[in-house]
Ligand binder design. Structure first.
Ligand SMILES: Nc1ncnc2c1ncn2[C@@H]1O[C@H](COP(=O)(O)OP(=O)(O)OP(=O)(O)O)[C@@H](O)[C@H]1O
Ligand SMILES: [Mg+2]
Length: 399
C-alpha cells in the first residue's frame, strides 16, 4: 500500500482538489483507493457530496480511538464514493484532536496505526492535509510513504514552498523517516507569462523532485467540486481529467521503486538541496511589478482591518488573529519571557478578531498564541520553527 500525504501549509494551493481527483483517477485505473480527510474544514466530503449533517463519525473518532488503544473503527466511518473509491470524511470535530491528545504518548502515530491495519485492503491511500503544520499534519507524515507538495504557480507560493520544505526537513530530522517528497505544479495557467516563467524555473531547480504532470488551471475542476463530483464523473472529456489520469499513471509507474522498507531516498540530503534551491529561486525571481494605478491613501486602521498574522506598522508590531468562540487570546514569546499573563489580545469585532499592538526592538523573536489556555502556533504566520517539545513556534523578525 502506498500512502500519499498531500501537504502544503499554504492555504488554497489545490490540496483538496488534487486529493479528491487523484484518488478518483487511481480508482478509475483499477486501484483500490482510500481518501482520508485530515482537515477539520471537511472539504473532501463537500467536494464529494457527502452531506455534512450525516457524518456521525469522522476521522476524529478513529484517530482518538487509536490514540486510546481502542479497537479499530475505520470501517464504521467510510463512505463509498464509487467503485474502488472510499472516503474517510472529517468535520469540525477534528479541530479538537490536537488539544485532546495533548500529553498523550505517541499521539503523532494514531493515523499510522489505523492505516497499518488496513494495508492489505488498499493499493493507495491519499491523505488531504490542513493548511497548517500541527499534530494532524504530523500524523499524515508519520503514515506516509510519499509526500506530494502542490505548488500554485504564483510568485508568493515559492516563498511558502521554501518554508514548507524546511518544516519537512525538521520533521525528518526528528523522527528519522525516509519519505519521497515530490513537488506538483498546480493551477498552472499557460496563458500567463508569470505562470510559464515560474514553471520553467521550478523545473530547472527541482527537476527530479517534481512530477512531470502539471495540473492545469481548469474551471471545470471548480464546477465539479461545487456539484460534489470528482472530475472523472463531471466531465471525463475535459483537460482537468486528463491531468489527473496522467498523474495517476505517473504514480503507478513509479510503484516499483517505492517500498517503505527500502526507500532509497534520504530525505534529509535531498531536502537540504531542495530548500537551498527554493531560496535561490526566490532570490532570482523578480517580485511582481507594482501596478501603475494610483493607490488610494488608507489609514492605519483600514490597513489593519483586513489582515491576520503579524505586521510591523509605525514602529510597533501588531498581532491579529481570529477565534470566534475563544474567551481569551494571549501571546507568549521570548519578548515577554514566555509569560502570557500580561499580553492579552483585545477582541476587536463581532466576527471574533483579536488584536494586540506591542512596541518591539529590532531582532528575531519566537512566540506562540495561547487560546483559552491552549498554546498553539500563529495560524496566519507561515514562518515557524520546531521547538524542543516537538511543537512549532512562530517566528518574527522586527526590522
Ligand atoms: N487546477 C485548478 N483549476 C481551477 N481551480 C482550482 C484548481 N485547483 C483548485 N482550484 C480551486 O481553488 C480553490 C482552492 O482549492 P482547494 O480547496 O483544492 O485548495 P486547498 O489547498 O485544499 O485549500 P485549503 O488550504 O483551504 O485546504 C477551490 O475553489 C478550487 O476549486
Ligand atoms: Mg483543502
Amino acid at each position: 500500500m502506498r500512502t500519499i500525504a498531500v501537504i502544503n501549509q499554504k492555504g488554497g494551493c489545490g490540496k483538496t482538489t488534487i486529493s479528491i481527483n487523484l484518488a478518483a483517477a487511481l480508482a478509475t485505473k483499477g486501484k483500490q483507493t482510500l481518501l482520508v480527510d485530515m482537515d477539520p474544514q471537511g472539504h473532501c466530503a463537500v467536494g464529494l457530496a457527502v452531506p455534512e449533517e450525516q457524518i456521525e463519525q469522522s476521522t476524529y473518532d478513529v484517530l482518538i480511538g487509536a490514540g486510546r488503544g481502542e479497537p479499530m473503527r475505520l470501517r464504521e466511518i467510510l463512505w463509498q464514493i464509487s467503485d474502488r473509491f472510499e472516503l474517510a470524511p472529517s468535520n469540525i470535530d477534528l479541530a479538537a484532536f490536537e488539544q485532546q491528545m495533548g500529553g498523550v504518548d505517541n499521539r503523532e502515530n494514531c493515523l499510522r496505526k489505523v492505516l497499518d491495519e488496513i494495508q492489505d485492503e488498499y493499493d493507495y491511500v491519499v491523505i488531504d492535509c490542513p493548511p497548517s503544520v500541527g499534530l494532524l499534519t504530523f500524523n499524515a507524515l508519520r503514515a506516509a510513504t510519499d509526500v506530494m507538495v502542490p505548488v500554485e504557480m504564483g510568485y508568493f507560493s515559492l516563498h511558502g514552498l521554501s518554508r514548507q520544505l524546511e518544516t519537512l526537513t525538521a520533521f525528518c530530522e526528528q523522527c528519522k523517516q525516509n519519505i519521497n517528497v515530490t513537488v506538483l505544479a498546480s493551477m498552472y495557467d499557460i496563458r500567463t507569462k508569470m505562470g510559464r516563467e515560474i514553471l520553467a524555473e521550478l523545473k530547472k531547480h527541482f527537476s527530479e523532485r517534481m512530477f512531470k504532470t502539471v495540473v492545469n488551471f481548469n474551471t471545470k475542476l471548480k464546477e465539479a467540486a461545487s456539484l460534489g463530483q470528482p472530475i472523472c464523473e463531471y466531465d471525463p472529456s475535459c483537460k482537468g481529467f486528463k491531468d489527473f489520469l496522467s498523474l495517476a499513471d505517473e504514480l503507478i509507474g513509479s510503484d516499483t521503486q517505492i517500498h517503505r522498507a527500502n526507500l532509497v531516498n534520504s530525505l534529509q540530503a535531498k531536502l537540504d538541496k531542495i530548500s537551498a534551491s527554493a531560496d535561490e529561486l526566490l532570490a532570482d525571481t523578480p517580485a511582481p511589478k507594482p501596478q501603475k494605478q494610483q493607490q488610494p491613501i488608507v489609514s492605519c486602521d483600514e490597513k489593519l482591518a483586513d489582515f491576520y498574522g503579524v505586521r510591523q506598522l509605525d514602529g510597533h508590531v501588531v498581532f491579529s488573529t481570529i477565534y470566534p468562540r475563544a474567551q481569551q487570546v494571549q501571546i507568549a514569546g521570548d519578548f515577554n519571557e514566555w509569560k502570557p499573563e500580561n499580553a492579552a489580545l483585545d477582541r476587536v469585532d463581532e466576527k471574533g478578531k483579536w488584536q494586540l499592538t506591542m512596541p518591539l526592538n529590532k531582532g528575531l523573536y519566537r512566540y506562540r498564541l495561547v487560546v483559552d489556555g491552549q498554546w498553539q502556533q500563529d495560524p496566519y504566520n507561515d514562518w515557524i520553527e520546531m521547538n524542543p517539545f516537538g511543537e512549532f513556534n512562530s517566528v518574527l523578525n522586527v526590522e
